[in-house]
Design a protein around this ligand. Structure first.
Ligand SMILES: *[C@@H]1O[C@H](CO)[C@@H](O)[C@H](O)[C@H]1NC(C)=O
Ligand SMILES: *[C@@H]1O[C@H](CO)[C@@H](O)[C@H](O)[C@H]1NC(C)=O
Ligand SMILES: *[C@@H]1O[C@H](CO)[C@@H](O)[C@H](O)[C@H]1NC(C)=O
Ligand SMILES: *[C@@H]1O[C@H](CO)[C@@H](O)[C@H](O)[C@H]1NC(C)=O
Ligand SMILES: *[C@@H]1O[C@H](CO)[C@@H](O)[C@H](O)[C@H]1NC(C)=O
Ligand SMILES: *[C@@H]1O[C@H](CO)[C@@H](O)[C@H](O)[C@H]1NC(C)=O
Length: 313
């Protein structure tokens, strides 16, 4: 019995998977008090706090008392909180669902606002890579295990006939581009299928970033990639010590909002980048997102973010 357990232990050591391994030993360096009321500029505790500077106009998000800083950047915001200081090494730009399924004109003809967000998104990708912040691609990528746990409501929501034979991971047939090229769409939002890949110029942008290590890709199986106690995206954010998320994608009020609200619930700083997001829902759905994102974090526009970053190079 004993030797079997020892054998299993040795076997476990020998077969440890080395994919995306991080040393998380230093993520909590000491136990410290949870609040310090005597410093009126601090919101939070030793582990997770904002510092309110300059007569309450600038939120310092760097957590620099606890963690090292590289080259913090001051970013103008559009909403109630008008300015933030971010640490590039702990900041990421999250791009949600900018996939063929949601953006290709022949698959989603009404996604005009989503397609408008593509160029600002490409601009943000360049700017964020330039300051050393990660780009996180967070997309639907269903597999057969996900299908077992998928609630009926989701299955119906993605079905075109209220039956299983058109929902997630059913064959979507083909599409013919204007130039005559025929494309196999593959299984609906299923991992590895063409329809689940980023749309247009975003696809080569992602491939380039994954190859060079500036970008990371995460499958999700609900609107949010951060639901529940643990997801690959959630673990990455925790282990990389990421604190601050700029968020764009489609649809603003559905998957983008799902990720934003879960990130907010879990203690990350959330920045909704208005012109990098879009929706096919009615205008009031977009207004809801902006109104609440302003309360939960920050509102930003890629143009002003990039201008500010260029001035601080
Ligand atoms: C609380 O904040 C005050 C003012 O910044 C500082 O002097 C004091 O050392 C802090 N106390 C703790 C326990 O961090
Ligand atoms: C802080 O800012 C507010 C609003 O801009 C202003 O009314 C107030 O006089 C400022 N206070 C100080 C001490 O600068
Ligand atoms: C932050 O900096 C450390 C040390 O240079 C590096 O190992 C790590 O990959 C960086 N994290 C991110 C998210 O870029
Ligand atoms: C789905 O199944 C129904 C029969 O229940 C059939 O009429 C329909 O053609 C099927 N649709 C597809 C896309 O296979
Ligand atoms: C046809 O159009 C698609 C979409 O614009 C493009 O990706 C593809 O490269 C084109 N194919 C040819 C042969 O021009
Ligand atoms: C945000 O930037 C876009 C260009 O990316 C611009 O068209 C738009 O007017 C800006 N919005 C605001 C509120 O400044």
């Amino acid at each position: 019995m004993r030797s079997t357990i020892a054998m299993q232990f040795l076997l476990a050591l020998a077969t440890t998977s080395l994919a995306q391994v991080y040393d998380t030993y230093g993520s909590i360096t000491a136990l410290a008090g949870t609040a310090n009321d005597s410093d009126p500029t601090i919101l939070g505790n030793y582990y997770n706090y904002w510092k309110l500077l300059n007569n309450k106009t600038t939120w310092d998000l760097t957590r620099s008392d606890r963690l090292p800083v590289t080259s913090p950047k001051t970013i103008p915001m559009l909403g109630y909180r008008s300015e933030a200081i971010i640490e590039p090494n702990r900041t990421a730009f999250m791009i949600v669902d900018m996939q063929n399924f949601f953006l290709h004109p022949k698959l989603s003809p009404y996604a005009v606002n989503g397609r408008k967000a593509v160029q600002p998104t490409l601009n943000m990708i360049d700017a964020f890579r330039g300051m050393g912040s990660k780009i996180l691609w967070v997309n639907w990528g269903i597999d057969s295990f996900d299908l077992v746990t998928m609630p009926p409501s989701f299955l119906d929501g993605f079905s075109t006939n209220d039956q299983m034979n058109t929902t997630f991971c059913t064959e979507m047939g083909t599409l013919t581009e204007d130039n005559g090229t025929t494309i196999e769409l593959g299984k609906k939002l299923c991992r590895g299928s063409w329809n689940a890949r980023p749309w247009g110029p975003l696809d080569p942008a992602m491939v380039e970033g994954l190859d060079s290590g500036t970008d990371l890709y995460f499958n999700k199986n609900r609107l949010s990639g951060l639901w529940g106690s643990q997801t690959p995206l959630g673990l990455y954010l925790q282990e990389s010590l990421t604190t601050t998320l700029f968020i764009g994608g489609v649809n603003s009020d559905q998957c983008v909002w799902g990720n934003l609200i879960d990130a907010y619930f879990k203690g990350f700083d959330v920045v909704y980048v208005e012109d990098c997001a879009g929706t096919t829902s009615p205008w009031y759905a977009e207004e809801m997102v902006r109104y609440n994102a302003d309360g939960d974090g920050f509102l930003a526009n890629s143009t002003y973010v990039i201008d500010a970053l260029n001035k601080q190079k």
